[in-house]
Design a protein around this ligand. Structure first.
Ligand SMILES: *Cc1c(COP(=O)(O)O)cnc(C)c1O
Length: 385
């Protein structure tokens, strides 16, 4: 009865973990969830207030525009200028998305014919690969190796792949490794994309979730980047708005227009009230972002200190709310996450869920208080690994 594309899907990892977690909760275990990357803090009050006003206005109740309200897109372009220093034309170089996951899933439909190759980072956000396969594309895995600072080795991609490659996904600051990329790397990407005629999609979901003076660049800062690709920005992680579903794309206008064509045949845009709240998020004081980053910094430091005390030494990530850790000797990533859940009541995500090159690692998300993180570390200590 079902399509090949459904039948060939692996089980969605987070659903599997949710089921295992539910089993532990049913047993009465006090589970500490450091698994899924979903901010635990509420959406800042001024954004919620703005939504309440907007939803009371009947003008927001009708079908939205496909591309997004021009006022939202102007706010997005201004935000890009202020935070990244890039010049974006709101009318032609921006497009609203119903969360960047929706964008990622539909983007291959605009560029990929059946049999075309898409370059996918591994470990990586699973939707890059699934979206590619749904469009009939063939994923080519770019391993992100620790010895390369979790950047793909573009020179290692074989010629016969490059001939067939249409699209490349990148994501820095990176989920799940927490790695960052500098402008020198992006310059290389632009040159590579131009030489091989590849569209670059840079998923910048974590660009504002940064520590200690680090500032995450935009791919579009590089000369020529606007010719070869576009970038995705999400309000989800930056403003604790994962449930609201709002993100936007900026960059090459023809590419963005192509994605818009796909989307206008699938969805009917993002709720105008949410867009108005999005404008508030993007144009108000960014103090709420700095405050969240202070909280994540304390949590990161608590987790790193705790891990160190049990013999796991980790380099502090400069960005994202993830800590990417080698599993101890004698375990694979599934085995170790199972041990943590069953013996310590801790949910962490097995690296292999992000691809084969995630094997040997586990991902902790900093989505619990310092107290709960310390409690988790105490429980790990008792495991005597
Ligand atoms: C969380 C996440 C997203 C999803 O963002 P939404 O805008 O909520 O869909 C996209 N990309 C990466 C890498 C993520 O980790």
């Amino acid at each position: 009865m079902y399509s090949d594309r459904i039948n060939s899907l692996p089980p969605y990892l987070f659903a599997t973990i949710d089921a295992a977690k539910a089993k532990m909760l049913a047993k009465g275990v006090d589970v500490i969830d450091l698994g899924v990357g979903d901010p635990d803090q509420p959406t800042p009050a001024h954004i919620v207030e703005s939504m309440c006003d907007a939803v009371r206005d009947p003008k927001t109740h009708r079908y939205p525009s496909y591309t997004g309200m021009i006022s939202f897109r102007e706010a997005a372009a201004k935000w890009c200028k202020e935070t990244k220093g890039i010049d974006i034309d709101a009318a032609s170089e921006t497009l609203i998305m119903i969360g960047s996951k929706e964008g990622v899933a539909h983007i291959p439909l605009a560029f990929v014919n059946p049999g075309d190759v898409v370059l996918i980072p591994d470990p990586g956000y699973p939707v890059y690969k699934i979206g590619t396969q749904f469009a009939g594309g063939i994923p080519y895995i770019m391993p992100l190796l620790e010895e390369n600072n979790f950047l793909p080795d573009l020179d290692a991609i074989p010629k016969d792949i490059l001939v067939k490659a249409k699209l490349m996904f990148l994501n820095y600051p990176n989920n799940p490794t927490g790695a960052t990329a500098d402008l020198k790397f992006f310059e290389k990407v632009v040159e590579f994309a131009r030489e091989n005629d590849i569209v670059v999609v840079h998923d910048n979901a974590y660009c504002e979730m940064v520590y200690d003076e680090y500032q995450a660049p935009s791919f579009l800062e590089v000369d020529g980047a606007m010719d070869v690709g576009f970038e995705l920005y999400s309000l989800s992680k930056t403003y604790n708005m994962t449930g609201w579903r709002i993100a936007f794309a900026v960059g090459n206008k023809d590419m963005i227009n192509a994605v818009g064509k796909v989307k206008s045949n699938i969805d009917s845009g993002a709720f105008d009230a949410i867009q108005r709240a999005g404008i508030t998020a993007l144009t108000s004081s960014q103090q709420c972002v700095a405050d969240m980053n202070d909280i994540y910094t304390q949590r990161r430091d608590a987790l790193l200190k705790g891990l160190k005390s049990i013999g796991i030494d980790v380099k502090p990530p400069k960005a994202t709310f993830y800590v990417w850790v080698h599993v101890p000797e004698g375990y694979d990533s599934m085995g170790f996450s199972k041990l943590l859940l069953e013996e310590a009541g801790i949910v962490a995500t097995p690296g292999v869920g992000f691809g084969d090159y995630g094997e040997g690692y586990i991902r902790f998300a900093l989505t619990q208080s310092v107290e709960r993180i310390n409690e988790a570390v105490g429980r790990m200590e008792k495991l005597k690994i």
